[in-house]
Design a protein around this ligand. Structure first.
Ligand code: 6PG
Length: 239
């Protein structure tokens, strides 16, 4: 069973998750700390917390390299862009240089963007792509990154990137695969809101039809941490 941290509301759980992430970064002896960012709407609060007065001065920003766990094939100006979310709530609010930002270049088209990102990952990591931290959310259908229930059967096992279609409205996407996600040293799953109550209950009960149930970092449960507010965790007491 992964670690499950529950706090009253989104603000409180953002602070707990941010504190945990700061401890991970400061505790790493490596010269660089590679983070794969999550998209959607939820993580904006966490990114603002990391770059706010509570955490920002604690973080050795020059050490960090920002990657994306997934991206929608939209303009980076689009409100649906995961890059835009991170730009507004994280990148513009911290001393981060361009060389630390590794955007998925979806303007190339999904297939070419996935191939290009695969090359960039191999170039940065070598054959073993090991993120220090992968941040993930969970969709109401149990998807994580942009791995949807109906994309499970077609995910390449031997590559770090895949292209999928899904979400509301359905968009073409580029996503890390479980080869990349489950090789991470640490995974934080950050979920808030009553709308995620039922799916979080199913995920933590191990419903393997749900991609979010298949997040299994290599070193076992010491590396997988769910940060939930009370509303998202409400179904857990009922077991
Ligand atoms: C994406 C996200 C996705 C997200 C969930 C939850 O690009 O869609 O990476 O995995 O984490 O869909 O999204 P919300 O935070 O908007 O509910």
């Amino acid at each position: 069973m992964p670690e499950v941290v529950v706090a009253q509301g989104p603000e409180q759980v953002s602070e707990l998750a941010a504190d945990f992430i700061v401890r991970l970064i400061k505790g790493s002896a490596r010269l660089k700390f590679h983070i794969a960012l999550s998209g959607g709407k939820t993580p904006g609060l966490l990114y603002r917390c990391l770059t706010g007065p509570r955490c920002s001065d604690e973080i050795p920003w020059s050490k960090l390299h920002f990657w994306w766990g997934d991206e929608r094939v939209v303009s980076s100006e689009s409100p649906d862009s995961n890059f835009r979310l991170a730009q507004e709530t994280l990148i513009e609010r911290a001393p981060i240089d361009e060389g630390q930002i590794h955007r998925i270049e979806v303007e190339l088209g999904a297939d070419k963007a996935a191939a290009s990102y695969e090359r960039e990952l191999i170039q940065a990591f070598g054959d073993r792509v090991v993120f220090d931290l992968v941040l993930l959310g969970v969709g109401k259908d149990g998807h994580t990154a942009s791995i949807f229930p109906d994309s499970l059967g077609q995910l390449p096992q031997d590559r770090h990137l895949a292209t999928t279609v899904g979400g509301e409205p359905p968009l073409e996407r580029v996503t890390l695969t479980f080869k990349a996600i489950n090789a991470a040293r640490q995974v934080v799953v950050f979920v808030t809101g009553a709308s995620k109550r039922d799916i979080i209950q199913r995920v933590l009960m191990g419903d393997e039809r749900l991609p979010a149930s298949l997040i299994e970092p290599g070193d076992g449960d010491r590396c997988l941490h769910f940060f939930l507010d009370k509303a998202a965790a409400a179904g857990l007491d009922k077991g």
